[in-house]
Design a protein around this ligand. Structure first.
Ligand code: ACO
Length: 331
């Protein structure tokens, strides 16, 4: 069974409820139909039930009737959600009228469903930009205890199975936080280790990447990675981690042995933690295009409940997979 199949099998067993706010978007509705047909999760679709049903008929979808359809504009949960929104953001100046207004937006309604325990997770982004999907989640779902930044990991499935664990690696942050400081980078590393275990199904060996290996270069950017590594080692002493390492020292056994002898990670890393979003985003796209890797994600990590953002160029299959991943992340 390949990785995505096993993620789907785990989703079936988890029986989570995932909310899809972009219910009138064709690919999303087709994906919901497949998810319901395969029993990967229970689905909530937000919008006018009449419009959703009529669109599903037009597309010839047979399983949408198994979804729960909720219209954010007249849901009987509105007043409970507005109370919760005010409780969370009154100190940030949110008033009743603005909360009413925000709740008309399915992206806000979806996060309030999760916050209220009416859904386990959300997938959106086929129709909305990253910031518009993430902002409501940042504001109302917030981060897990002990984590202050959300980040985005990619599960990289490489054709060359010499790397990682039989070709499976995890890269982060490739999607969210542009310029983490040392303690944020340490959080990103620990969250990525959790994603490696929970979603990729591998026991993590983390390389904290830099342009320097073990003091070969001196620069504040290197110091940041060294400090982040130290923080992780202090907070999770059992985790296999090494840094700062260059990519070749992290991946190639002979180079790792030479540049970081005795390291539990050098030459055999299966998780790469990048020093900035710039390097992480560029790296995953290069590996995807030049090495022919499959890039599954971004899997958002560090949020108190899972919300995942799709690329607007996503396929129906991508959405189905992201629903399965989100179901796996939900606690
Ligand atoms: N983790 C947790 N909370 C965050 C984060 C984060 N990484 N970033 C912002 N927040 C919180 C802020 O603390 C703030 O909370 P508050 O209102 O309670 O004080 C709230 O979110 C809004 O903060 P802003 O700084 O106004 O954030 P903004 O909404 O402008 O930006 C965004 C957030 C959109 C995610 C921004 O960081 C961004 O554009 N990142 C890059 C995304 C991107 O383009 N990625 C590459 C493409 S994706 C790909 O290729 C797969």
């Amino acid at each position: 069974m390949n990785l995505m199949q096993s993620i789907r099998e785990r989703a079936k067993k988890a029986k989570r409820t995932i909310v899809l706010p972009e219910s009138l978007e064709d690919r999303t509705l087709r994906a919901a139909d497949i998810v319901l047909q395969e029993g990967l999760a229970d689905i909530v679709l937000l919008g006018s039930p009449d419009e959703i049903i009529s669109k599903a008929h037009k597309l010839g979808l047979k399983n949408i009737e198994k979804a729960t359809l909720i219209n954010p504009l007249n849901s009987d949960k509105r007043s409970a959600y507005i109370d919760k929104m005010l409780e969370i953001r009154k100190s940030k100046g949110l008033d009743h009228d603005s909360a009413e207004q925000l709740l008309n937006d399915p992206l806000y309604f979806a996060v309030m469903m999760i916050k209220n325990g009416d859904a386990h997770g959300e997938v959106a982004g086929a129709d909305n930009a990253t910031g518009d999907v993430l902002r409501p989640a940042f504001q109302f779902i917030k981060t897990q205890p002990g984590i202050s930044v959300v980040s985005g990991a990619f599960i990289m499935i490489l054709p060359d199975q010499h790397f990682g664990d039989d070709g499976i690696m995890v890269f982060a942050d490739c999607a969210v936080h542009p310029d983490p400081d040392a303690s944020q980078l340490a959080e990103i590393a620990m969250a990525t280790a959790q994603t490696a275990r929970d979603i990729a199904g591998i026991e993590p060996r983390l390389a904290m990447l830099s342009f320097s290996t073990k003091g070969s270069a001196k620069h504040p950017m290197v110091d940041k990675v060294v400090e982040a590594t130290r923080i992780v080692q202090q907070q999770e002493p059992g985790l296999l981690i090494d840094g700062e390492l260059q990519a070749d020292a992290a991946l190639v056994p002979e180079v790792g042995l030479k540049k970081s002898p005795g390291s539990p990670v050098a030459g055999k890393a299966n998780v790469l933690v990048f020093p900035s979003l710039e390097s992480g985003n560029i790296a995953y796209k290069l590996v995807q295009r030049l090495a022919g890797a499959e890039a599954v994600g971004p899997v958002l990590q560090g949020m108190a409940a899972p919300v995942n953002d799709l690329s607007r160029g996503c396929s129906v299959e991508d959405i189905v997979n992201m629903v399965a991943i989100t179901a796996n992340q939900a606690k």
